[in-house]
Design a protein around this ligand. Structure first.
Ligand SMILES: O=C(O)c1ccc(O)c(O)c1
Ligand SMILES: [Mg+2]
Length: 608
């Protein structure tokens, strides 16, 4: 299937946008009128550029306030249409999108609308062009796809058909099953956009919050399938108005956009249009790699020892230490180049894949950035790709012989402090990368959303999304500031963190205390509120308070959390005990934890 993208999805000059669309592998573009008007290039040179880039111009849009115009205004509409059709001839475009009228003086009369569109279609037909009529969800009189179809049907003109836009249909909750019975040749264009489910004015929702397919909460797969079932054969075209994408690097956005279409297409027509290698089952996080520098390395080593870890292995060729306890494996990498812009101290993690090569193949099909292999003779062949924030993601099998053999045993064994494994990773995302990251984890790794939240942290609103594999063996919590941080917020980035599972938080807490590690100081106000909300048994209250732990519960069980200090300003470790199958992440506690870490840092600054 051909793929296309509207220039309005991307940032920069029109040339920047065209270059990015071509580089990401799109076949065509929709030229958004404002982008052309603002461009200093002539239509002829835009045409030449798209041709040189191998792009077709699949649509020129939008043409506004055409149908239902009062008769005395319609002559001006015709004049404007002639001008735009002439412009399209210069561009080499043959289809123009007419969106349903919003002007207050629009007349709500289907017969008039059909007659006027017929007149405009005559003008298009004279030039061998076509008009695709789209119902905007907020159109003055025409706001549903079936109403637009009724008018197109009435007009009965061969150069007039429909443009279907998933957002306008799905945002209104319209029934779209009937699309299957529209003759395929009358659907001239298909625009795809997803969006988060928000209860807000539909125009604002559309103009600011659209997302690429599979990034939001609308059922793009079912909608697109219905349009294909009708016999539509044109391109799958993305039309996304999004405040963040409008100011992000267009090359990255275009790749993100293509990834969304590749993933969407793999689920259409039973996979006939672009089968993807299925995501192999994941079996846990094999290891997490922390980048350390000369000042944070000893601090992190002391902390790991306090937590009962032992330095069990030393890499054969690199300045990388392996620390282990139970199934928790942490690499401290002192020799790596500083991680990519925006990524933090968790520089890599390895996923235990039942079929690492297949995981890597799928990642490549979904345009994940491959990383050079870190291989030397006799070392395990690790396949890795970069997540959107630069974090390296490895696909490994730990047994029978794998990455673990690259480490020479030191002979040390872990003293143990209850740690059983890695519970989850919390990866703070750069502001521009959040939706891209969610799509990456969903599609490349075949993970599913687990829990989403939004809370007021001390320095601004933070949005979180936990993603997990179907077997709940790999959990990743993404977070991002809702707005780009202002000048008042501390300059240090939001820290990443690694969450370890313990079989008994009291044992781990005692080990930390014995080693002189002060956990993040949880305020008394927090415990008073816990008591007011949950009326916990006295013994549990006492325990939480004495451990300095935080608490959450769901319908299944309980969650006890403890936080180490932030090391090097970039990363901390959380220790959690899940009791009776609690499934959440304690997100509601995050603001208090953030404030506690800040209080701890300020106190330390005063002491130092
Ligand atoms: O927001 C708009 O005005 C607008 C314009 C053209 C479209 O195709 C669309 O879906 C929305
Ligand atoms: Mg549209």
């Amino acid at each position: 299937m051909r793929t296309s993208i509207a220039t309005v999805c991307l940032s920069g000059t029109l040339e920047d946008r065209l270059d990015a669309a071509a580089a990401a592998g799109f076949d065509g573009v929709e030229i958004f009128e404002n982008d052309l008007i603002a461009s200093s290039s002539s239509p002829e040179s835009i045409r030449a550029r798209t041709r040189d880039l191998g792009l077709s111009i699949d649509l020129y849009q939008p043409f506004r306030d055409a149908e239902g115009a009062p008769p005395d205004r319609f002559a001006a509409v015709e004049r404007r249409m002639r001008a735009k059709l002439d412009l399209m001839a210069r561009l080499g475009a043959d289809t123009v999108l007419v969106c349903s009228s919003v002007a207050p003086d629009t007349i709500g009369d289907d017969a008039l609308a059909a007659a006027q569109l017929r007149t405009l279609a005559d003008l298009a037909a004279e030039r061998g062009m076509r008009i695709a009529y789209e119902a905007l969800a907020w159109g003055r009189h025409v706001s549903t796809w079936d109403h637009s179809w009724e008018i197109v049907r009435r007009a009965g003109h061969p150069a007039l058909g429909l443009c279907l836009d998933s957002f306008h249909v799905l945002s209104r909750g319209s029934d779209f099953a009937g699309i299957r019975s529209v003759p395929g040749e009358k659907i001239l264009f298909l625009q795809l956009a997803d969006a988060p489910r928000l209860a807000m004015d539909v125009l604002q929702w559309s103009r600011h919050h659209r997302l690429f397919p599979l990034q939001g909460g609308l059922d793009l797969a079912a909608f697109t399938q219905a349009v294909l079932d009708a016999g539509y054969t044109g391109p799958l075209s993305l039309e996304v108005f999004n405040d963040v994408f409008r100011q992000a690097d267009p090359h990255r956005t275009a790749v993100d956009a293509r990834r969304s279409l590749i993933a969407l297409a793999s689920g259409l027509n039973g996979g006939a249009d672009g089968a993807l290698t299925p995501a192999p089952a994941l079996d846990g996080i094999a290891f997490t790699e922390l980048g350390v520098d000369p000042s944070s390395a000893p601090e992190m080593e002391t902390l790991l020892r306090a937590l009962g870890f032992a330095h069990t292995g030393q890499h054969r060729s690199k300045a990388v230490q392996l620390w282990e306890q139970g199934a928790a494996r942490i690499l401290l990498n002192a020799g790596a180049p500083s991680p990519a812009e925006g990524s933090a101290a968790i520089r890599a993690f390895a996923l235990e894949s039942t079929q690492p090569e297949q995981s890597a193949r799928r990642a490549e099909q979904l345009l994940a950035r491959p990383l050079p292999r870190r291989r030397r003779q006799s070392e395990a062949d690790l396949t890795a790709v970069a997540a959107p924030d630069g974090t390296e993601v490895f696909f490994v099998r730990t047994s029978p012989a794998g990455w673990h053999d690259d480490f020479l045993p030191t002979g040390e064994t872990a003293a143990g402090a209850g740690i059983t494994g890695i519970d989850h990773l919390s990866l703070a995302q750069p502001f521009d990368r959040y939706d891209e990251a969610a799509l990456f984890y969903r599609t490349v790794l075949g993970m599913a959303d687990d829990e989403a939240g939004e809370f007021a942290a001390p320095f601004g609103l933070v949005r979180t999304l936990a993603i997990r594999d179907p077997g709940r063996r790999v959990r990743i919590a993404l977070s991002v500031p809702v707005l780009r941080r202002g000048e008042w917020a501390p300059a240090i980035p939001h820290p990443q963190h690694l969450t370890l599972a313990t079989s008994d938080l009291a044992v781990t807490a005692a080990a930390l205390r014995a080693a002189g590690v002060e956990t993040a100081p949880i305020p008394g106000n927090y415990y008073d509120d816990l008591d007011a909300r949950l009326a916990l048994p006295l013994a549990l209250r006492g325990k939480l308070h004495s451990l300095g732990a935080m608490y959450d519960e769901d319908e299944r069980g309980q969650y006890l959390q403890l936080f180490t200090p932030v090391v090097g300003g970039r990363v901390f470790i959380e220790i959690v005990e899940r009791v009776n199958g609690y499934r959440g992440y304690g997100f509601a506690n995050d603001p208090v934890r953030m404030a506690a870490h800040r209080a701890q840092r300020l106190r330390k600054e005063v002491r130092d």
